[in-house]
Design a protein around this ligand. Sequence first.
Ligand code: NAG
Ligand code: NAG
Ligand code: NAG
Length: 175
Amino acid sequence: MEGLRKLLIVAAAVVLAAATAAEGRLVYVGGGKTTWAANVNFTEWSSHQHFYVGDWIYFGFDKHTYNVLEVNKTSYETCNDVGFIKNITRGGRDVYQLTEAKTYYFLSGRGFCYGGLKVAIPVENIPPAASPAPSPANKNSAASSTPPPPSAARFIGLGLLTAALAASALSTAMF
Ligand SMILES: *[C@@H]1O[C@H](CO)[C@@H](O)[C@H](O)[C@H]1NC(C)=O
Ligand SMILES: *[C@@H]1O[C@H](CO)[C@@H](O)[C@H](O)[C@H]1NC(C)=O
Ligand SMILES: *[C@@H]1O[C@H](CO)[C@@H](O)[C@H](O)[C@H]1NC(C)=O
């Protein structure tokens, strides 16, 4: 009986982890864990990224120095930090989910936007699953027009965390 219960908990945790992982990737803004910072070139960084609906973006920063505000396009261009759409700032390890296929705009207030601490994030719908290999005749045209699939790197961290929490909650309830 004891063994079966443990097995059920593990199974539930695995299912939960898989479900959470499928919700979207975690993308570190600027490429690292503390790269929402004044010396990062976000134009350069974002030009190498693809963002899909459901992805989470992570802002890692010194909360005493910077903040993160979602703004509209006009405010992004003029570095206006008044009348922002959403204040993302919490503890400096802040995540935000991209739920719509549109361009999101973020900046840091306190004057840092003027030095380049701002980023535009164009979000696309998740491309349809890869179709069977194209025939040789149309291979070239298909290859050039097919967007790359989302990276395999999934939001495993949150999945495992959720799984761990679920397992501990379950074991508290059952034993
Ligand atoms: C940032 O990178 C872009 C693209 O590589 C480049 O054109 C621009 O000059 C860079 N900006 C700064 C401030 O270095
Ligand atoms: C963008 O936000 C600013 C600040 O709230 C506001 O003044 C402006 O009208 C907005 N622009 C658009 C196009 O919504
Ligand atoms: C954003 O939220 C943080 C945390 O709640 C708060 O400390 C900060 O003052 C807010 N910033 C602005 C510009 O409203």
